[in-house]
Design a protein around this ligand. Structure first.
Ligand SMILES: [Fe+2]
Length: 287
C-alpha cells in the first residue's frame, strides 16, 4: 500500500509512519467481521491456494479467532522468517514502504471493513493486509522475495521507473498465480483475500493466464477497478526470487524504459499461454 505523496508522517505516527495497532480498541463487531471473512475464505481456499499459504495460516496461529494482535503475530513471524507486521494509518509514501520491506516489516492497515463494504474496498483493510499477506511471509523463500523487492524499490526510487516496479508487485504479490504440477494455484494477496476473485482468477474463462516473465510484466498495464484481465503464472517461489535477485535491474529498466506499454488483455507471440481468455467479463462491464 503506497501513495506518491512525499509528505511528513501524519500526527500521531512515528517517523517511519507506524502507529500503535491499539488491539484492545477493536469492538466485538469488528472481531466478528474478521471471523466472518476468515471463515468464508478458509472454507473456499483449500485446493485453490498454494499449500504454503495454508501452512502459513497454521504457523501463525491465525485460526484462533478475531483480528490478530500484531505483537503476537510478529513474534510468531519473527521466529519463522524474521518478519514483523506493523500498523500504519493508511497509504504510505513509496520510499517508506520500500524501507519497511527491505527491513522485513510489512505495513498493515488497522481498520476493518464494515458489513456494507464486504466485497468492495477503496483502501486495503486489516483483513486484506494480514490475512492476504502475512501467511506467505512465514515461507522462507517468499519472505526473501519480499525483502528483495523492497531493496529493489529503494535502489529504483530516484530513477523514474517506480511505476514499472509497481507492476511487478501487482502481478505477483497482489495478483499472482503459481503452477503446481499441471494445476494452477492462487498466491496473490489481492486474490486470496477476495471471495469473488478467488473463484474468477482460477475458474472463469474470461482472463488470460500467462507464464511469468519479468520484463513483460513490468510493461503490462493493470486494472485497479475490477478483476484482472490477465494473470501471470510463476513456476515456483524459488524461480520468482531467482529472477528478481539475478536480474540487474539497471539493464532491465534501460530495456523497457522506452518500450510501449502492453495492454491489460494483450497476448504476445512470445507469451507462454496457459489460458487464452475470452475477456467476456471485461466486455460485459464496459457494455
Ligand atoms: Fe495488498
Amino acid at each position: 500500500m503506497t501513495g506518491d505523496c512525499e509528505t511528513a508522517p501524519p500526527q500521531g505516527a512515528a517517523a517511519d509512519w507506524t502507529v500503535p495497532q491499539r488491539w484492545g480498541d477493536y469492538t466485538p463487531a469488528e472481531h466478528a467481521m474478521w471471523d466472518r471473512l476468515f471463515a468464508r475464505q478458509t472454507g473456499m481456499l483449500p485446493g485453490r491456494v498454494v499449500p504454503a499459504f495454508l501452512q502459513g495460516l497454521d504457523t501463525l496461529g491465525m485460526s484462533e479467532g478475531g483480528i490478530p494482535d500484531f505483537e503476537v503475530l510478529s513474534d510468531r513471524l519473527m521466529k519463522a522468517t524474521g518478519w514483523q507486521v506493523v500498523a500504519v494509518p493508511g497509504l504510505v509514501p513509496d520510499r517508506v514502504f520500500f524501507e519497511h520491506l527491505a527491513n522485513r516489516r510489512f505495513v498493515a492497515g488497522r481498520f476493518i471493513r464494515t458489513p456494507e463494504q464486504l466485497d468492495y474496498l477503496e483502501e486495503p483493510d486489516v483483513f486484506h493486509d494480514v490475512f492476504g499477506h502475512a501467511p506467505l511471509l512465514a515461507n522462507p523463500v517468499y519472505a526473501d522475495y519480499m525483502q528483495a523487492y523492497g531493496e529493489g524499490g529503494l535502489r529504483a526510487a530516484s530513477t523514474g521507473v517506480l511505476g514499472k516496479l509497481a507492476r511487478l508487485y501487482w502481478y505477483t504479490v497482489e495478483f499472482g498465480l503459481i503452477r503446481e504440477g499441471d494445476a494452477l494455484r492462487l498466491y496473490g494477496a489481492g486474490i486470496v483475500s477476495s471471495f469473488g476473485e478467488s473463484v474468477f482468477a482460477l475458474d472463469d474463462p474470461s482472463p488470460n493466464r500467462i507464464g511469468f516473465d519479468l520484463k513483460r510484466v513490468m510493461r503490462t498495464r493493470y486494472r485497479i477497478d475490477d478483476y484482472q484481465q490477465s494473470y501471470f503464472v510463476i513456476d515456483s517461489f524459488e524461480d520468482l526470487l531467482e529472477q528478481t535477485l539475478s536480474t540487474d535491474f539497471g539493464p532491465v529498466y534501460a530495456d523497457i524504459f522506452g518500450a510501449d506499454d502492453i495492454a491489460e488483455d494483450a497476448i504476445l507471440a512470445t507469451d507462454r499461454v496457459f489460458t487464452r481468455g475470452t475477456q467476456a467479463h471485461a466486455r460485459r462491464l464496459r457494455g
